[in-house]
Design a protein around this ligand. Structure first.
Ligand code: F6P
Length: 322
């Protein structure tokens, strides 16, 4: 048997479904006869010893809740050698034999540093952006897309009533997955993502004019936040087409809320797998989704992948948005 006292932390931006993963880790860990400790506020909590014992009831009534009961943080201190050394000391003092880290690529780099220093770590991909290079899916993505879709449906009602163009910014600093999927789901006239260079005239203005000619009266343009300049885009559309245009930045509304069924199930599965891995003496790994199945990689391998953007889906989206 591997780890006897395991711990869990959430790191980076919170994502709906993180609580479902925590619940699964606590219940599966205790079920296997292990102690499970919760670490508050990501790696900061590990450095400061903000750690507490969890029991079966500590995770009651959280499967449906967004956010993370463990709180989360980005920890500049943990990026330093001294920070990692402090965390290792805390693990040794408390008797932590394994850490499960729920977060993104940055959090996995921390998990690798800790694993290299002798504390076995397992990473679970959790971020609404779906921007983790090794995994086709990340906890929170489905909920965020559904939230964005619902909000944009509402925006469409008012855009339709006024014959307007609504330019909506969705989250995704470096990754256009939320924009692409919600863009398809709401029938956006144009979808702007950081992965694909766009030509303002051809990809926005001409598309609006062409679809207007064939009867379209209101328009939705979806832009990933990574592109920036959303207000300028909206102003330019209004100026060039004469169509009254409005900007909406959805922002953090996409990060909160009750997780969808998919996020609850994936998170629960990943939690169980992470516990089993520590139980069996494995560490320095990241769990990922490939072809709809869970697999795992060594952390360094996981971090070496380059995130692929689904350009075929993007092209299909443009074909039917007329
Ligand atoms: O969780 C990912 C993400 O939502 C990005 O899309 C966004 O750029 C970033 O987090 C913002 O995070 P924060 O406001 O917490 O700094």
């Amino acid at each position: 048997m591997g780890s006897k006292t395991i711990s869990v932390l959430t790191s980076g931006g919170d994502a709906p479904g993180m609580n479902a993963a925590i619940r699964s880790i606590v219940r599966a860990g205790i079920g296997q006869g292990m102690r499970v400790l919760g670490i508050r506020r990501g790696y900061n909590g590990l450095i400061n010893g903000d750690v507490f014992e969890m029991n079966l009831r500590s995770v009651s009534d959280i499967i449906h809740r967004g956010g993370t009961i463990l709180y989360t943080a980005r920890s500049p201190e943990f990026r330093t050698e001294q920070g990692v050394a402090k965390a290792v000391e805390v693990c040794k003092d408390i008797g932590i034999d394994g850490v499960i880290v729920i977060g993104g690529d940055g959090s996995f780099r921390g998990a690798r540093a800790l694993s290299n220093a002798g504390i076995p770590c397992i990473g679970i991909p959790g971020t609404i952006d779906n921007d983790i290079s090794c995994s086709e899916y990340t906890i929170g993505f489905d909920t965020a897309m559904n939230t964005a879709m619902e909000m944009i449906d509402r925006i469409r009602d008012t855009a339709q009533s006024h014959d307007r163009c609504s330019v909506v910014e969705v989250m995704g600093r470096r990754c256009g997955d939320i924009a692409l999927h919600t863009g398809i789901a709401v029938g956006a006239t144009a979808i702007l993502v950081p992965e694909v260079k766009y030509d303002f005239d051809k990809d926005i203005i001409e598309r609006i004019r062409f679809t207007q000619k064939i009867g379209k009266k209101h328009f939705i343009i979806i832009a990933a936040e990574g592109l920036g300049k959303i207000n300028e885009i909206t102003a330019e559309i209004q100026k060039r087409t004469g169509i009254e245009s409005r900007t909406t930045i959805l922002g953090h509304v996409q990060r909160g809320g009750s997780p969808t069924l998919r996020d609850r199930v994936v998170a629960s599965e990943m939690g169980c797998r992470a516990v089993n891995m520590l139980y069996n003496g494995q560490g320095n790994k990241v769990i990922a989704v490939k072809n709809d199945k869970l697999i795992d990689y060594d952390i360094s391998e996981a971090l070496s992948f380059k995130k692929k953007f689904d350009i075929n889906l993007y092209n299909e989206a443009l074909k039917i948005s007329i």
